[in-house]
Design a protein. Structure first.
Lengths: 117, 117
DNA sequence: TTTATAGCTCACTATTTTGTTAGTTATTGT
DNA sequence: ACAATAACTAACAAAATAGTGAGCTATAAA
């Protein structure tokens, strides 16, 4: 649980109010998140498929990230009808989809400067 | 100091190797960093000017972020000749400059979805 | 009946990041 | 002599994030 009176929290709020850039960075800047979004976009849209895609992530962490992304309206959780046990599929919202081109830019940036170029 | 045998560290390495996107996100994804880079690009290129621009950042944190950015080759530190005490100016490398358009995309993304649009 | 799969959650610890307080070097202004 | 400015750093504490291990519900297959 976050302490809502900590300097840490206050600074986060300050930055969010200062510029939406900081909001965006808080969404995408935590571990696994961009990989999860990318995996969903590539069809790995179920819990067990994401586990396969990201073999080093723990189930607890994956679950937490998915919940956060759902609250942020980046993904939506959908039950898959007539599956037993009931399957769940995740889909990107338009908000989530619109991150993909930005990920490409960041990826290209990372690649081109990999060796200090 | 980081523990180089922690799962945390190993996962970070795994993600960096998996895709340069994760390298990029680790550069820009920590607090204040994007604001610092942006401030330098706008001319707030000295320690005391950045303190003015970001009144809530502590000197220790600002110093740490600047050192990290220097090691990552995003900024370069330059002494200002004939100043007493010796002034220091920070300038963006081309690697640093090339983040600016990405920041704009992220900023636009953040703005357009601010109210759950 | 045991094992397996899907999709989680809970309580917890470990690790890392962020922020605090005080102090440094050198020089100028009062 | 004393305070102020510029540009830090060191040692530390607080907070947040990441990861661990066990367990749950429901069904089906061996």
């Amino acid at each position: 649980m976050r302490k809502k009176n900590s300097t840490n929290f206050i600074n986060e709020k300050y930055l969010h109010e200062r510029c939406a850039l900081n909001v965006a960075i808080d969404v995408i800047g935590s571990r696994w998140v961009s990989q999860i979004i990318f995996s969903i976009s590539q069809g790995a849209n179920r819990f067990h498929l994401m586990k396969e895609e990201l073999p080093n992530i723990s189930e607890q962490v994956l679950s937490r990230k998915l919940n956060t992304l759902e609250k942020q309206n980046i993904i939506i959780k959908r039950a898959i009808p007539d599956t037993i046990p009931l399957g769940v599929r995740y889909i990107l919202t338009s908000k989530g989809e619109s991150l993909l081109p930005i990920f490409e830019s960041l990826c290209a940036w990372g690649k081109s400067y990999d060796l200090g170029a």
